[in-house]
Design a protein around this ligand. Structure first.
Ligand SMILES: Nc1ncnc2c1ncn2[C@@H]1O[C@H](COP(=O)(O)OP(=O)(O)O)[C@@H](O)[C@H]1O
Ligand SMILES: [Mg+2]
Length: 408
C-alpha cells in the first residue's frame, strides 16, 4: 500500500495518479512539483537524469498542466532518427527537395503548432539540426528542407538527456548557445539507488502488475530479498528494476522470492552491490554456488524455450506473402503518425496512456537470434569461448554473428 504523505500537494498527487508514477522520495516529489510549477510558464525545460529514471513522465506532466494541453504532444527520439532524415522529420520538406522527396511533407514543428514537442536524447542531434533548432527557439521561425519560405510556429520544447551536456559542449558535439536556450529550467531526476523505500514500493507495484498481466499467482518478497533490492546499485534504474521483477514474477510465480532469485536476474558486475552487501556476501561460497547453479538452470531453460520458438517460427507458414522490398524513400517518409521515431499523443483526462513504439512489433527470427546471443554474452561476461559453448555453435560462427549484429 502506498501511503499518502500529508505534505504531498494535491497537484503532485494528481500527476502521480494520472501518469502512474510510484514513489515518495523527496527528490522525486520535488521534480514532479517543479514540472507542475513550470508548466504554465512557456519556458524550455531540460530533464536530466540517468537512463531508466522515468524522464519521459516529465514532458507529459508539463504539457498536461499547461494551456497547451488541448493541442498536440509529440515525442521525438533524437537518437533513433538517421542523421540524413532528421531535419525533414522535424521541419518538413518540399517536393523535390532531395532524391525521393516525391511530395512535400509537414514536419513535427508544423504538426504540433500550439503544442509541445519532447526531444528525447537531445544530445544526439546533429550540429546542423541544432542550428535549425536554435533558430526556431529564438524566433519561432523555420524553413522546410528545400524551401525558401520562412514559416512561423509556436512550440514549447521539453528536452531530455542522460549525458553530461557540459562535456558534450566541451567536445564540440553540442552548441553551447542551444544548451542555454534549452535549459532555461532544469529538472533533475534522482537515480533509483537514492530513493530508499521507493524501491520496495515500485517492486510491489511491478510484481502485482506482472502477475495480473501474465495471469500468474503473485510473488512476495522475503526480508533478505527486500534488503538485496534496497542495496543494489541499479545502474539501469527503474527500467532495470521493472525488468528484474518481471523475470521473478514469471519464473518464481506464487513464491516468496529470495535474494538469490533477485540476484539471478542481475548482470554480474563486481560493483553492483554497495559495500555493505558485497563484503557480507564475499565469503559465502555456498550461496555463490547455489546462485551459479540456478543461473545455469535458468539459462538452459531459456535456451530450450528460444530454440523451440526458433524451430516453431522457421516451420510456420508466413501469414502474408512476402512483400517486395519497398523503395527506401517510401520507407523513410511515412506520414507523421506512423513514424517509428515519434509518439504523437493528445493526452485526454482519464485516458490511460497507450504507448506505441518500434519495440512493440513482433520479434523476427533475426531479433530472436540476436537477443539470444546478446543475453548469452552478457551471462558469460562477454567471454566468447564460453558463449559459443553455451550456444552450441563454433567460435567462428559466433564471431561472425557478433559482427553481423553489431554486438561488439
Ligand atoms: N516512478 C516510477 N513509477 C512507475 N514507473 C516508473 C517510474 N519511473 C520509471 N518508471 C518506468 O520505468 C521505465 C523507464 O522509464 P523512462 O521514462 O523510459 O526512463 P528514461 O527516459 O529516464 O530512460 C518505464 O517503463 C517507466 O514507466
Ligand atoms: Mg527515455
Amino acid at each position: 500500500m502506498e501511503i499518502n504523505l500529508p505534505d504531498i500537494s494535491p497537484e503532485v498527487q494528481q500527476a502521480k495518479m494520472r501518469f502512474g508514477i510510484v514513489g515518495n522520495a523527496p527528490a522525486l516529489l520535488a521534480a514532479v512539483s517543479r514540472a507542475i510549477q513550470v508548466a504554465p510558464i512557456d519556458l524550455s525545460v531540460l530533464i536530466t537524469g540517468e537512463s531508466g529514471t522515468g524522464k519521459e513522465f516529465f514532458p507529459k506532466i508539463i504539457h498536461n498542466f499547461s494551456s497547451r494541453k488541448h493541442n498536440r504532444y509529440i515525442a521525438v527520439n533524437c537518437g533513433a532518427i538517421p542523421e540524413g532524415t532528421i531535419d525533414s522529420e522535424l521541419f518538413g520538406h518540399e517536393k523535390g527537395a532531395f532524391t525521393g522527396a516525391v511530395s512535400s511533407r509537414k514536419g513535427y514543428f508544423e504538426e504540433a503548432d500550439g503544442g509541445t514537442i519532447f526531444l528525447d536524447e537531445v544530445a544526439e542531434l546533429p550540429l546542423t539540426t541544432q542550428a535549425r533548432l536554435l533558430r526556431v527557439l529564438e524566433t519561432g521561425e523555420f524553413i522546410k528542407v528545400g524551401s525558401s519560405t520562412v514559416q512561423k510556429t509556436n512550440i514549447r520544447i521539453v528536452a531530455a538527456t542522460n549525458v553530461d551536456m557540459l562535456k558534450a559542449i566541451e567536445e564540440g558535439r553540442f552548441r553551447e548557445d542551444l544548451f542555454y536556450r534549452l535549459s532555461t529550467v532544469q529538472i533533475s531526476i534522482p537515480p533509483l539507488r537514492e530513493r530508499g523505500n521507493d524501491i520496495l514500493l515500485l517492486s510491489r507495484k511491478f510484481a502485482s502488475d506482472f502477475a495480473e498481466r501474465y495471469r500468474m499467482p503473485p510473488i512476495s518478497f522475503s526480508d533478505e530479498a527486500r534488503q538485496a533490492l534496497l542495496h543494489y546499485r541499479w545502474p539501469g534504474n527503474v527500467r532495470q528494476l521493472k525488468n528484474v521483477i518481471e523475470q521473478v514474477a514469471l519464473f518464481d510465480a506464487g513464491r516468496e522470492v529470495t535474494s538469490t532469485d533477485i540476484s539471478r536476474n542481475m548482470p554480474n558486475h563486481p560493483n553492483v552491490y554497495t559495500p555493505t552487501i558485497s563484503t557480507e556476501r564475499n565469503h559465502d561460497y555456498s550461496r555463490e554456488r547455489e546462485l551459479l547453479f540456478n543461473m545455469m538452470f535458468r539459462m538452459q531453460s531459456e535456451i530450450d524455450n528460444l530454440r523451440a520458438t526458433v524451430e516453431r517460427l522457421s516451420t510456420a507458414q508466413p501469414l502474408m506473402p512476402p512483400q517486395p522490398e519497398m523503395p527506401q524513400t517510401l520507407v523513410k517518409y511515412t506520414p507523421l503518425p506512423k513514424s517509428p521515431f515519434t509518439e504523437a499523443t493528445t493526452i485526454e483526462p482519464e485516458q490511460p496512456q497507450v504507448r506505441h513504439g518500434a519495440s512493440s512489433s513482433a520479434m523476427t527470427l533475426e531479433d530472436t537470434e540476436k537477443e539470444t546471443i546478446r543475453r548469452s554474452l552478457e551471462n558469460n561476461g562477454g567471454r566468447r569461448k564460453a558463449t559459443a559453448r553455451e550456444l552450441n555453435i563454433s567460435e567462428r560462427t559466433l564471431y561472425r554473428k557478433i559482427k553481423e549484429y553489431g554486438l561488439e
